[in-house]
Each structure stands twice: as structure tokens, then as C-alpha cells.
Design a protein around this ligand. Structure first.
Ligand code: HEM
Length: 436
């Protein structure tokens, strides 16, 4: 492992590869060492070279300046970068993916169209209206395990509830929720170009076909408060003009964005509470603290490690000279532990105030689904603390994703607890009890 200077004067860290196996276990130690030895911005020579921003102030400055740090992803019909104004805009991922995402990989003013159309559906009051539904889902998941005294917090709840809720919010039937959870879990950490992605092709095609069918069904059938309904209603009223393909893409984005991210912060929180009985006691005595706890658990274990931008003009950032056309990864998880911004940055401090972390992004693209993420976290954590108060995660048996890529997460978080009684809740999800 080495670090140094390169011909264009950048501070280089040649071992830094966010898709590597080593990154899974060593990333926070790397961030600390690089921060100490190199600084808040450095160059990784991997994947043709990209800058990495790990400083809080530098990341915020970049995330808020979309004109200099563009999210745009401009492709030709074959999924290759198509030059525009002499630049290759390659979107949010390194290496770039062969498709682009509406909203997430757009800059204003194009970005505003979808963001505004979805604003009401993703507001706090709109999210609150899902509280009862969510509570039923959570109780039904716990019912399947409560009498046995053993649960896998990843497989039995954290990977399930966000998948079902995201599908319902998008407006897509939930009977294939397990396949969707698996697809998004795998695609979030397998790098573009990997043969593993080819093996998923059929499952991804099946999932896409379900969303296509859902859009068609909504045209003639009943509509509700979901994303497909809202966008079709707006089109019918003439207040927005989304094509079928765009509605499909937005539904897919909503399904994909909230599954692994929410599961990851929950699984981390449950592990932290096993190691820190004092925190568990505090939360059990006052469940309203889960709201502030969510912010701190997000800060300390930010699921989205980093997303990229394309630099549109020569610019200085954190003492480094970024050139027009360079790629730069905004490393949210590292910035969340920047000691220049947060006292005791490596520790969980539940009552931290203010806690202006960047785990949900910052600036233009700040997470659209944040109120749903909060609601899911709060509902699951409080219900687990109420129904399985003495749970103990078997920390030695926890299994993380094989590699991280974009989102950190877990395939298994087994735990034991004193058995309890079922509540007998029917989650109204086809095949739910068969999948236990
Ligand atoms: C703890 C859970 C979550 C985390 C950590 C998280 C993280 C993020 C981050 C870091 C971004 C910024 C992307 C950027 O700057 O390029 C983002 C954007 C976004 N998130 Fe989340 N997210 C979470 C949950 C959700 C949920 C539950 C949904 C949907 C129900 C969602 C939907 C979105 C969407 C649509 C965007 C794109 C916003 C835009 O480009 O304007 N997220 N999220």
C-alpha cells in the first residue's frame, strides 16, 4: 500500500479501490490514515483515475455546486458515454454503468421536473400516512420468528420491510418482493462489467416486466397514493408530461434507492445496541429518542459510501487541482466522520446536536426518500425493542456484503432473544407466510 504524488501534482493513494474486498473491512481505518497523511481530497489511480473527497467541508462545497460537479450521465444508444460540450459525463458510478438514471443522474433544470412532480408524495405528511401499514408489516415479520427465540435481522426483517414498502410506494405488486430485495442487494455492490451481473439478467428482466405491467394496469385500473398513480394523474390533468418510460424509470428508482440503504443502517444499529447496553436502555426508556438516534446511527454507519460527479471546469478543492473532465467521488461515509466537523467523530453520541451529517447527501440531490427511511427505521427499531427487548446479535456470526461498491450492508445478522407471543397480524402480501 502506498501513497504519493503523480505527474499532475495530485496526492495519490494507489490502494484505494471502493470495489475491493479490502475496502469492506478497512475503509474507516483508510479514511483516518489518509485524512492524517494526505488530506481531505486525493486521487485514486484505479478505473482510469478518480478523485475522492473525504473532508466534510469539501464534500458539502462540491455537493452544493452542481454546475461544477455534475451528476449528469450522457449516453449513446449503445450505453456508451456520448461527448457533450467536449466532456464525457459519466454519472454517479465508477466504473460507469451502461444506463443512466432519471433524476439521480440529472442536473437542474432537467432534474427539477421529476423532483417537483414527486415532492408531495415524499413529504413528511405523506410518509406519515404509511405509518399504520408499516407497523403491520413489521409486526408480521416479527410474528414469523417471535415464538422461536431466534431471528436473522438482515434476512427476516431489514431486507424485507423496505423491499415491500418500496414496491407499494412505487405502485408495483409485492408478490415478488424477495426477488426484488435480492436484485437490489446484488446490483448495489457488484461493479459494472462484472460477470456476476450477467447472471442476474433474467431476474432483472422479470422485475422490469412487473413494473411495465404495473404502469399499464394503472392506466385503466384503480389508482392510489403511489408514484405511478401520481405521475399518471399529473399526465392526465396536463400538469406534467412524463412518458411511460420515464414513469417506469422513476418507479424503478424509488424501488432501488431505499432497500439496501435502509436495511444497512438498521442492521448496524442493532449491532451497536448489542455492544452498547447503555444506549439500548436509553432508547427503551424513551422511544421518542429513536428520531435523533436515527441521525447518529446514520452518521456513524452511513450506508451510501460515495457517489461520483464529473468536473465541468478546472477547480481547486481541498488543496488539490481538479481538472475539467475529471471524475470525483463524494465519499459521504468518510465526511460523516470528519473530526474537523464532529467531536468524538468515531463514537456514537445519541444526543449529538446539531448533527448535520451528510449520510443522506447534501445540496441538490439530498435524499428524496428521507422521511420514509426515518419512518422505517423508527418503526422497526422501536418494535424490536418492544417485542424482543433482550435481543443479542451474535456478532461473530454477522456476514457483511462481499464487497461494498456503493452501499454497505449485511447478508446475515443472527440474533437470539426470549421468545414471545404472536400478534397475528396479516401483512396482506401474497406468499408472505410461505416465505417464512
Ligand atoms: C437510510 C436510508 C437511505 C440513505 C442512506 C439514502 C442515501 C441517499 C443519498 C446519499 C442520496 C444522494 C445522492 C447524490 O447526492 O447523488 C440519495 C438520493 C435519493 N434517495 Fe435516498 N437514501 C435512503 C433512503 C431512501 C428511500 C427509503 C428512498 C425512497 C423511498 C430514497 C430515494 C432517493 C431518491 C429518489 C434519491 C435521488 C434524489 C435526487 O437525485 O434528487 N432514499 N439517497
Amino acid at each position: 500500500m502506498s501513497a504519493g504524488e503523480c505527474p499532475f501534482g495530485a496526492k495519490v493513494v494507489d490502494y484505494f479501490d471502493h470495489n475491493s474486498r479490502e475496502y469492506v473491512d478497512k475503509r474507516h481505518a483508510w479514511y483516518q490514515q489518509i485524512r492524517r497523511d494526505i488530506g481531505p481530497v486525493f486521487w485514486s489511480p484505479n478505473y482510469g483515475g478518480y478523485w475522492v473527497v473525504i473532508g466534510f467541508a469539501e464534500l458539502e462545497a462540491a455537493a452544493r455546486d452542481w454546475e461544477t460537479f455534475s451528476s449528469k450521465h450522457v449516453l449513446d444508444a449503445d450505453g456508451r458515454a456520448r461527448p457533450l460540450d467536449g466532456l464525457r459525463y459519466e454519472g454517479l458510478f465508477v466504473p460507469p454503468r451502461p444506463y443512466s438514471s432519471i433524476l439521480l443522474e440529472e442536473d437542474p433544470p432537467a432534474w427539477e421536473r421529476s423532483r417537483q412532480a414527486l415532492a408531495a408524495t415524499f413529504s413528511l405528511p405523506a410518509a406519515e400516512r404509511w405509518r399504520g401499514r408499516l407497523q403491520d408489516l413489521v409486526d408480521a415479520c416479527l410474528d414469523r420468528k417471535i415464538e422461536s427465540g431466534a431471528i436473522d435481522f438482515a434476512k427476516d426483517i431489514s431486507n424485507i420491510v423496505p423491499a415491500i414498502l418500496s414496491l407499494e410506494l412505487a405502485g408495483v405488486p409485492t408478490d415478488h418482493y424477495q426477488l426484488v430485495a435480492r436484485n437490489h442487494h446484488l446490483t448495489s455492490h457488484i461493479p459494472a462489467g462484472s460477470p456476476q451481473l450477467l447472471e442476474l439478467a433474467d431476474d432483472l428482466a422479470f422485475e422490469r416486466a412487473q413494473v411495465v405491467k404495473a404502469v399499464e394496469d394503472h392506466k385503466t385500473g384503480e389508482r392510489g397514493r403511489d408514484v405511478i398513480s401520481v405521475l399518471l394523474n399529473a399526465r392526465d390533468k396536463g400538469t406534467a408530461d412524463f412518458t411511460d418510460d420515464e414513469i417506469l424509470a422513476l418507479a424503478n428508482l424509488v424501488i432501488g434507492a431505499g432497500i439496501d440503504t435502509t436495511a444497512s443502517v438498521l442492521c448496524n444499529a442493532l449491532q451497536i445496541l448489542t455492544k452498547r447496553p447503555d444506549l439500548r436502555k436509553t432508547l427503551m426508556e424513551d422511544p421518542s429518542l429513536t428520531v435523533t438516534a436515527f441521525e447518529e446511527f446514520l452518521r456513524i454507519s452511513a450506508p451510501t459510501q460515495g457517489l461520483c460527479r464529473t468536473v465541468t471546469r478546472d477547480v481547486e478543492l481541498g488543496g488539490q487541482n481538479l481538472r475539467r473532465g475529471d471524475r470525483v467521488m463524494l465519499c459521504f461515509a468518510a465526511a460523516c466522520r470528519d473530526p474537523r466537523e464532529f467531536d468524538k467523530a468515531e463514537e456514537v453520541v445519541l444526543e449529538r446536536k446539531p448533527n448535520l451529517h451528510v449520510a443522506l447527501g447534501s445540496g441538490t440531490h439530498r435524499c428524496l426518500g428521507q422521511f420514509y427511511a426515518r419512518l422505517e427505521f423508527e418503526t422497526i427499531l422501536n418494535t424490536v425493542l418492544r417485542r424482543m427487548p433482550d435481543f443479542q446479535v451474535d456478532l461473530d456470526a454477522v456476514k457483511s456484503f462481499e464487497n461494498v461498491g456503493v452501499v454497505t450492508g449485511f447478508t446475515s445478522v443472527p440474533a437470539t432473544f426470549t421468545p414471545g407471543a404472536k400478534l397475528g397480524v396479516d401483512p396482506k402480501v401474497p406468499g408472505f407466510f410461505a416465505g417464512a
